[in-house]
Design a protein around this ligand. Structure first.
Ligand SMILES: C[S@@+](CC[C@H](N)C(=O)[O-])C[C@H]1O[C@@H](n2cnc3c(N)ncnc32)[C@H](O)[C@@H]1O
Length: 167
């Protein structure tokens, strides 16, 4: 029996508002003797009625054809367009974006360029430092029409948390 991820969330009160299919246009399963998976799913979960929606995003639909990232340091980095669309559609400038699996910092870069505050968590120091560099660069070039977020600071270890909230 196949279990949809939303079944894990049901008892918690979160509801699936939209599922998006990311068509990344390729994959790697050379010896698997089955069809190669070219897609990933993005689940937009909401709780209660306090969620946000930017009507400018309505035309994007539920299938996003965005080529996978080739040139970033992290081996499975997202293309920045992916978190950018999610952040733009469901948050306002100044809102807080959390990425608990930060990797090379793609979501953080997209967040701060759009004037959102960002907190990221990453357990591998190599990727944490990579994200630190990338988000610090992104902080220098946010959207010119949006107020610049606070400076980036690294929280005390052992929690490897990257925090642009300025606290
Ligand atoms: C798929 S990668 C994220 C890639 C990221 N979206 C990007 O574009 O660079 C997942 C990351 O989560 C980190 N990770 C896995 N388990 C973790 C945990 N329990 N706490 C913090 N980070 C974790 C891994 O080290 C890895 O870098």
């Amino acid at each position: 029996m196949a279990l949809h991820p939303i079944d894990w969330f049901k008892p918690t009160g979160w509801q699936l508002r939209t599922e998006i299919v990311w068509d990344r246009g390729g994959g790697m399963m050379f010896n698997a003797r089955m069809f190669c998976r070219f897609d990933e799913r993005i689940q937009w979960l909401v709780r209660g009625d306090k969620w946000k929606w930017n009507q400018d995003s309505v035309g994007l639909g539920t299938v996003w054809r965005i080529a996978k990232e080739q040139n970033k340091e992290h081996p499975v980095a997202f293309p920045e367009e992916l978190p950018h669309r999610c952040i733009f559609a469901t948050t306002d400038p100044g809102d807080l974006v959390l990425d608990p699996y930060m990797g090379g910092g793609t979501t953080g870069a997209a967040a701060v360029k759009s004037g959102r505050r960002f907190v990221g968590i990453e357990r591998d120091p190599r990727w944490f430092d990579c994200a630190l560099r990338r988000i610090s660069e992104a902080l220098k070039q946010p959207d010119m029409f949006i107020e610049k977020p606070a400076r980036a600071v690294r929280a005390e270890r052992p929690a490897d948390i990257f925090d642009t909230t300025g606290r």
